[in-house]
Design a protein around this ligand. Structure first.
Ligand code: RP5
Length: 161
């Protein structure tokens, strides 16, 4: 079922790319089609709106947004769509992501953003959560996700040898 479903990964700046690549790598591993875009809530507000509004035509049905500092990208995306939005606070700026975490997580009631952890663990988990959502009606994907968890557990256990 997820075969026709796509995900959009957006980030506020080129400087977020290395971190957000973790999300893209996970989606690639699970065979989920996705687009990666650099667009900023503050520097390119019109383009964010246009991109989000036209995304469903391309089969996009979930957004992952990474931004640092004031980090309004995920919230702005959520204001233009009813599709699910996962926000990843970037570990950038003087406050190293604590600012972005608060900005991303503190949405006013009515416009939800599912907020993940700061930095690459958050980016990775945003993608894994998206895989989990898509696996609700995709057994093949669910099997892959279970295999991923099993491999992960085996890796931890092997460290005891
Ligand atoms: C945010 O400000 C971006 O998401 C980035 O994390 C941070 C710094 O951006 P640059 O000044 O590196 O472009 O908008």
């Amino acid at each position: 079922m997820s075969k026709n479903k796509k995900i959009a990964i957006l980030m506020g700046s080129q400087s977020d790319y290395e971190t957000m690549k973790s999300a893209s790598d996970i989606l690639t591993d699970f065979g989920i089609e996705h687009e990666v875009k650099i667009l900023s809530a503050h520097r390119t507000p019109e383009e964010v709106k246009n991109y989000v509004e036209s995304a469903p035509e391309k089969g996009i049905c979930l957004f992952i947004a990474g931004a640092g500092m004031a980090a309004h990208l995920a919230g702005v995306i959520a204001s233009h769509t009813t599709l699910p939005v996962f926000g990843v606070p970037m570990e950038s700026g003087a406050l190293k992501g604590f600012d972005a975490l608060l900005s991303t997580v503190q949405m006013p009631g009515g416009i939800p953003v599912g907020t993940l952890g700061i930095g690459s663990a958050g980016a990775k988990n945003a993608a894994l959560l998206a895989v989990s959502v898509f696996s609700i009606d995709d057994q093949e994907l669910e099997t892959k996700l279970k295999a991923y968890r099993k491999k992960q557990a085996e890796k931890v256990l092997s460290q005891n040898k």
